[in-house]
Design a protein around this ligand. Structure first.
Ligand code: CO
Length: 173
């Protein structure tokens, strides 16, 4: 598979609702592997298919715990869906490979339950806490056209306005 190119804010594909995956074939497995490669090369901790220009409901995520790297391999989630989230929340400074140079504190649920399919189409359900939960929520947001900057208050958004404009005027090559 040719090298996948990252899409950057304000690329309109980042605002689309991604399509469900219905075919679980070799192409899907190759795509998932390629997404893991891009995430690893870019030193990301998660990646959603729209970020590489594909409006499909696929994400990859590091299974992090307490902001530490995990020994577990990156997880591929196809058609992921949040089925429950805790009332407990926590704040953490997030970034996004599609919005380089911008970070902001986002409040998210501490624990989430997510249903998804693997690349073979088998159904799974997992419970994720703290960092892993945050990564899943951030990436699933991508599938719904939502970016972490959307959560900021008007005051906090104005703080990053200049950086967003610079990114729009001068996209990374
Ligand atoms: Co992101």
């Amino acid at each position: 598979m040719e090298r996948l190119k990252l899409r950057y804010y304000p690329d309109p594909i980042l605002r689309d609702i991604a399509e469900p995956v219905t075919v679980f074939d070799n192409e899907l497995r190759e795509l998932a592997d390629a997404m893991v490669d891009v995430m690893t090369e870019e030193r990301g901790i998660g990646l959603a298919a729209p970020q590489i220009g594909l409006s499909k409901r696929i994400i990859v995520a590091l299974q992090m715990r307490d902001t530490e790297d995990s020994e577990a391999p990156p997880l591929v989630l196809v058609n992921p869906k949040v089925v429950a989230s805790s009332k407990d929340t926590w704040s953490f400074e997030e970034g996004c490979l599609s919005i380089p140079g911008v970070t902001a504190t986002v409040i998210r649920a501490m624990t989430v339950e997510v249903e998804f399919q693997d690349v073979e189409g088998n159904r799974h359900r997992l419970t994720a806490v703290d960092m892993f939960a945050r990564i899943l929520l951030h990436e699933i947001d991508h599938l719904n056209g939502r970016l972490f900057i959307d959560y900021l208050s008007a005051a906090n958004k104005s703080l990053i306005k200049t950086k967003l404009k610079a990114l729009a005027d001068n996209p990374p090559s």
